[in-house]
Each structure stands twice: as structure tokens, then as C-alpha cells.
Design a protein around this ligand. Structure first.
Ligand code: DX5
Ligand code: ZN
Length: 222
């Protein structure tokens, strides 16, 4: 149950895009568990990150799980494309999916783990009837679209509520936290029930990202 290892997922959004391969190799050699890869369309969120050709280049070098976070409208039409590009986990936004159950089944049908992300204003109880089908719930702890924002404190309460729901339903869903994560809040998040911590600027803006990943990992080790 909650004895599973806590995972770290550096977000490549904060990497140096002119030295992407270097930063990917750095994560490959670190204690990180997943690569967190943010895709934005400029419609669902007020920013555009990168698209398919860049994702293809990234997954040619990553040696860990490719955790792809889609901040796009209409994700259904791209599910098979993302599978072919090397996504292992595919997370869609609750707010972007009117037929979420169908979307989740399609992701699994394409051979990937299915994740659903919640914006800060979206309550976790809305997932009650689908939680058992989800591999991952990603709780946004900032408003999606940009790295480097401040962590929203209400996140702890959402994590505890979600953890309770997962245990009640006897689900195996992992709780992932995305936005403003650092050693200042990591331990409190995993204590509340989080399983995976995404960290972008905290890792890549540090002078020694490998050491920072190690610090974060040991800060949350039980
Ligand atoms: C924001 C993205 C995050 C972002 C986190 O919309 O989903 O993954 O990279 O960046 P930090 O850790 O800097 O808040
Ligand atoms: Zn993300």
C-alpha cells in the first residue's frame, strides 16, 4: 500500500533546450525515477512548450520512464501518436476530457499507464467513480502552463483526501504532485500520501542538478 518507494520526476520544461541531450544524460545518471515531459498547446494553457518532433528526440535518449503530461485540449486524437513517440505514462487533464472514461481506456488500450491531472480548483472527489481505473492522479500544485511558480498550500489537503479515497476503493493509483516542489515541501507531500514528485526549476536551476535530485530523494526517504 503506502510502502511503495517514493519517486522523483525531473521536469524537462526547466532543462536547457539548447543542451537537451546533456540534461537528459544528467537525469539518466541521477537517482531520478521518471522523466516528466510537459506538452502544452497554447489553448488549454496560456503557453506552448514543444511538440512531437522534440518529444521524439527526447525519448531517443531517455533511459527511464517517460511520464508525459498533456496540457492540451482534445487529447484523444493524439493518444496513439504519443504511444508511438515513446510515452510510457500519458496524463490528460480532467478539465479537457468530457468523456474521461473513454479517454482513459484508450490510453491503456495503447499500452500506456493512464493518468488524470487536476487543476488547483478541481476537487479530487470528482474522480470517485473512475479512481480504480487510474494508474496515476496528478495534482497540480500550481496553475498549469509555466515552471517556477509558487506552490499552492491547499495541495496537502487534496493529497490526503485523495489518498483516503484510493485506500477506501482499494485502488493502486499513484499520486503525483506537479509544481513548486522542492525539499521545502517534499517530505510533507509524501507524508500526506504523495508517491511521485515532479521537480523542474528546483532541479535544473540548481548548480548541481544530480546532487539536488539526490537531496530531494533522501529528504522524502522514510
Ligand atoms: C507546469 C508543468 C510542470 C512544471 C513544473 O505546468 O506541468 O511540470 O515543469 O515546474 P516547477 O517544478 O518549476 O514548478
Ligand atoms: Zn507537468
Amino acid at each position: 500500500m503506502s510502502t511503495t518507494a517514493k519517486l522523483i520526476a525531473p521536469s524537462l520544461l526547466a532543462a536547457d533546450f539548447a543542451n537537451l541531450q546533456r540534461d537528459i544524460e544528467l537525469v539518466n545518471t541521477s537517482e531520478a525515477d521518471w522523466f516528466h515531459i510537459d506538452i502544452m498547446d497554447g489553448v488549454f494553457v496560456p503557453n506552448i512548450s514543444f511538440g512531437m518532433p522534440v518529444l521524439k528526440a527526447i525519448t531517443q535518449h531517455t533511459k527511464k520512464v517517460n511520464d508525459v503530461h498533456l496540457m492540451i485540449t482534445n487529447p484523444d486524437q493524439y493518444i496513439h501518436t504519443f504511444a508511438a513517440l515513446g510515452a510510457n505514462n500519458l496524463t490528460v487533464h480532467y478539465e479537457a476530457c468530457p468523456h474521461l472514461h473513454r479517454t482513459v481506456q484508450a490510453i491503456k488500450g495503447a499500452g500506456m499507464k493512464a493518468g488524470v491531472a487536476l487543476n488547483p480548483h478541481t476537487p479530487v472527489h470528482l474522480l470517485e467513480d473512475i479512481i480504480a481505473d487510474l494508474d496515476i492522479v496528478l495534482i497540480m500544485s500550481v496553475n498549469p502552463g509555466f515552471g517556477g511558480q509558487s506552490f499552492i498550500e491547499n495541495t496537502y489537503r487534496k493529497v490526503s483526501t485523495l489518498k483516503e479515497m484510493i485506500l477506501t476503493k482499494n485502488a493502486k493509483t499513484l499520486i503525483e504532485i506537479d509544481g513548486g516542489v522542492s525539499t521545502a515541501n517534499g517530505k510533507k507531500l509524501t507524508d500526506a500520501g504523495a508517491d511521485v514528485l515532479v521537480a523542474g526549476s528546483f532541479v535544473f536551476n540548481s548548480t548541481d542538478p544530480i546532487a539536488t535530485i539526490k537531496d530531494l530523494k533522501s529528504a522524502i526517504a522514510h
